[in-house]
Design a protein around this ligand. Structure first.
Ligand SMILES: Cc1cc2nc3c(=O)[nH]c(=O)nc-3n(C[C@H](O)[C@H](O)[C@H](O)COP(=O)(O)OP(=O)(O)OC[C@H]3O[C@@H](n4cnc5c(N)ncnc54)[C@H](O)[C@@H]3O)c2cc1C
Length: 374
């Protein structure tokens, strides 16, 4: 049985481990641009130099050897023939079963978006924030995020709160916070609701305590070189950080795969792509049924990947007793000095106030998580 997994992010690597566990003899083929994983959650620490870009990249050579993976270095360009053919920059590859885990794409449609740094894009963006801050003696920093109106789960709110509070802490540590104005903008009047009903009030209270101004509830219009323009007014800013909403992977735009209204690969509760056999999606690439507080998170990607892998192996073995993936949101919103824990399930939401220990727990989690892939 030839199982092909696309990508080397959270969902792809968890899928590899789970397929190997369920099917020791399967041929596992992985297709991705590099045999590397980028640990996105720790990008937030690059501006403060708590982490370097190279700390966040894991070379997967040993992991692939241990898991007996056949790695193909290529960019996926299309999935055709009802999921059985992956077309790439290096040729076409057939499979018996497929898990798509190539992440999402940011919707960079707002006019003038090139004047804002998109912090979640990767190491270069986080380093650009660090370097710009170093060059500034004072000024205004505007930080905000938007969404995908047709796919409410496809946004990155938590990390933007982390950049916001992290930059505040950093400037205080450098004894130059008083030279800067920090302003948080968002089209929602109560941002962060997805993380829990109490979260918007908790983060807004923390912003007030830290002297962070807000510009909320106004639709975004455009960016100019030193300006954020919304329907509710303009913000003059020397540094703009903005996370747009997300949609499905770029390669899938013209692929003959069912997509949600928001442009993500449409899956059912078993992570199966609608209308296809033995073709699954996990992580940021997919649109999944479930509660309205679902988030695009590494933790969700891992949970989906486990179910996708289990169900694919079952399907290829003729078993139709598929498992439904679990909905759970777990995150620590880090402020560079403290962490705020949020745990949400279908039954309850837990929100713990800022705690120093949770900052160290988040650092430790990275170490433990990546140990399995080094
Ligand atoms: C700053 C930041 C902080 C975050 N903090 C947290 C947190 O604290 N907790 C949490 O749970 N989540 C957090 N997240 C979200 C989390 O990182 C994502 O939800 C997670 O990375 C999604 O995993 P994925 O495997 O779906 O996609 P990705 O991790 O994006 O991986 C996608 C993979 O696909 C590959 N790929 C892309 N295009 C192609 C192609 N054409 N062909 C082949 N391969 C391709 C990429 O190279 C990559 O290997 C954070 C994200 C950011 C940016």
């Amino acid at each position: 049985m030839n199982i092909t997994i696309l990508g080397t992010g959270f969902a792809a690597l968890t899928s590899i481990k789970q397929v190997r566990k369920q099917s020791p003899s399967a041929t596992i083929t992985v297709i991705a641009p590099k045999a590397e994983m980028l640990y996105f959650p720790s990008l937030i620490w690059i501006p403060a130099r708590l982490k370097k870009g190279t700390d966040l990249i894991v070379d997967l050579t040993n992991f692939f050897k241990r898991q007996q993976v056949n790695f193909i270095q290529a960019k996926v360009q299309n999935v055709s023939n009802q999921g059985r053919l992956v077309e790439t920059s290096e040729g076409n590859f057939e499979n018996d079963g497929l898990i798509i885990a190539t992440g999402g794409r940011f919707i960079k449609k707002l006019p003038g978006i090139e004047h804002a740094i998109t912090p979640c894009e990767g190491i270069a963006a986080a380093e650009a924030i660090r370097d710009k801050l170093d060059s500034m003696s004072g000024g205004t920093i505007a930080i905000g995020f938007g969404g995908n109106p047709k796919e409410p789960s496809a946004m990155r709110g938590g990390p933007m709160f982390e950049f916001l509070f992290g930059l505040d802490t950093l400037l205080r540590r450098q004894s130059r916070r008083s030279n800067f104005k920090i302003i948080f903008f968002n089209p929602m009047p109560k941002p962060g609701k997805r993380l829990g009903d109490k979260v918007p009030d908790a983060v807004l209270k923390l912003m007030a305590k830290k002297d962070i101004d807000t510009h909320l509830g106004h639709k975004m219009v455009r960016f100019e070189e030193n300006k954020v323009i919304t329907e509710g007014g303009e913000i003059d800013a020397d540094l703009i950080l903005f996370m747009p909403g997300m949609t499905g992977p770029a390669w899938s735009q013209n692929a003959d795969l069912v997509k949600s209204e928001g442009g993500l690969l449409k899956a059912n509760e078993f992570c199966q792509i609608e209308g296809l056999k033995a073709t699954y999606v996990a992580g940021d690439s997919g649109s999944f049924p479930g509660p309205d507080w679902q988030a695009k998170q590494a933790h969700a990607a891992d949970l989906q990947a486990v179910s996708a892998a289990n169900n694919l192996v079952k399907e290829l073995n003729g078993d139709t007793n598929f498992e439904v993936f679990k909905h759970e949101l777990v995150c620590i919103i880090d402020t560079l000095s403290h962490g705020i824990l949020i745990h949400r399930t279908e039954k309850r939401t837990i929100l713990l106030p800022p705690c120093r220990l949770l900052h160290f727990a988040k650092l430790m989690f990275e170490k433990l998580y990546l140990r399995g892939y080094r």
